[in-house]
Design a protein around this ligand. Structure first.
Ligand code: PHB
Length: 390
């Protein structure tokens, strides 16, 4: 009996999802932006919402004769909540696009809803390689962990680092970072001497860092999601790993621009690889950082903000091209292949994979005008996600 009720409800919701797009037909164009606005990933939500609003303030809220409506929902980064909110946005609000997705499990939980309802889903934050394969309606404007990790594994052995312990959050993006860093480092003649994984929720880094200290590698490579970097940095310094001669190298998620300036001088010299730095020296980025900061009480934009800003650009241009006609499929088609200048540099939405192709930078934490920044010192141009090469 229970099972039957469940099946009926599931069948009903599938029918509702399939019918939903046909019913959306007034002169508004709705973007359902699902983000973690509270909880452990709250900075991601705050950054992306601010960037989306900035994009709208700069580009107007009428596109192809349609009034753009942004509907922001807080999923507290719980994937069951993300899925429920996405279902409600599609069925009740009849959104034209789903967007946001602060962490990988939230994006994966929503993918079937995008597919069933033929609603384009713009992933602005989550960064596990496989996400774009979870639905043909997914387009990504963030990055992937394989994309940024490989660059650091090329840099390290040329800079005196032969042995490395890896420390990652134990879920999709961390496992991607661990694997792609290790494979490339090994290929380059280096060695990963231990691979440690910490829980995503409320991690205690201390016992793991003690293990690293005992292991005495040339460097520790870290990936933790945006928001958790400051805790790693603090513990790394408190446990004296730097004094023991162990270098810290990481993906740019760790020296996150949202937190970097509060990490203190202990962060100076940390080398990371990533796709965006608030210090990226382009005219467009200078304008972006200034406008973002002005609109948000001095807040510095991080890579999440840029994923959100560019995601809005992808949506706006797709609506212009498809003239608001043809529903989700036309919109999706117009998202594929977009090539444009972002505050991070030139980016491209690969039409085949629907994933982002972009430059990856090597950066070092330095002080500029009394503030800590990730200063870019090398670039690898037009990097595709290596996770899809096989
Ligand atoms: C993810 O869950 O995919 C994720 C979240 C935050 C990051 C990177 C990846 O900084």
């Amino acid at each position: 009996m229970k099972k039957r009720t469940f099946l009926t409800a599931a069948a009903l919701s599938a029918a509702a999802l399939a019918a939903a797009p046909a019913m959306a037909q007034d002169n508004t164009f709705k973007i359902g932006l699902i983000l973690p606005m509270t909880g452990q990933q709250a900075t991601t939500g705050r950054q992306i919402e601010a960037a989306a609003r900035l994009y709208m303030a700069q580009n107007g809220d009428t596109v192809a004769g349609k009034k753009i409506q942004l509907i922001v929902k807080d999923d507290t980064s719980l994937p069951d909540t993300t899925r429920r909110l996405a279902q409600e946005l599609v069925v009740n609000d009849k959104v034209n696009v789903l967007a946001g997705f602060g962490i990988t499990p939230s994006a994966l939980a929503t993918a079937p809803i995008a597919t069933q309802s033929k609603t384009p889903m713009v992933v602005m934050a989550a960064a596990t390689s496989s996400i774009t394969q979870a639905s043909p309606y997914i387009v990504r404007t963030s990055f992937t962990l394989p994309q940024v990790s490989v660059a650091l594994a090329d840099w390290a052995p040329k800079n005196g680092i032969k042995t490395v312990v890896t420390l990652v959050s134990d879920y999709g993006p961390g496992i991607d970072a661990e694997k792609f860093f290790k494979d490339r480092l090994t290929f380059n003649g280096g060695q990963v001497t231990d691979a440690l994984r910490v829980p995503l929720r409320n991690p205690d880094f201390a016992p793991f860092l003690q293990k690293v200290r005992d292991n005495k590698p040339d460097a520790l490579f870290v990936f933790v999601p945006s928001g958790a970097g400051a805790a790693v940095m603090k513990q790394f310094l408190e446990r004296g790993l730097d004094k023991a001669g162990i270098r810290l190298i990481a993906t740019g998620d760790v020296t996150d621009d949202d937190q970097l300036n509060d990490m203190g001088d202990g962060a100076l010299g940390v080398v990371t690889s990533h796709h965006y730095s608030a210090a990226h020296p382009s005219a467009m980025n200078k304008k972006f950082v200034e406008a973002f900061s002005k609109a948000n009480k001095g807040l510095r934009p991080n890579f999440m903000a840029v994923g959100g800003y560019d995601g809005m650009r992808v949506i706006y241009e797709a609506l212009k091209t498809s003239k608001g006609q043809g529903g989700g499929d036309a919109l999706l088609a117009a998202m594929k292949g977009q090539l444009f200048e972002s505050p991070r540099g030139k980016i491209f939405i690969d039409a085949q994979t629907r994933d982002i192709v972009q430059d990856v930078y090597l950066r070092k934490v330095e002080k500029k005008d009394g503030q800590l920044y990730n200063v870019e010192f090398d670039v690898i141009k037009d990097v595709k996600d290596p996770g899809k090469a096989k």
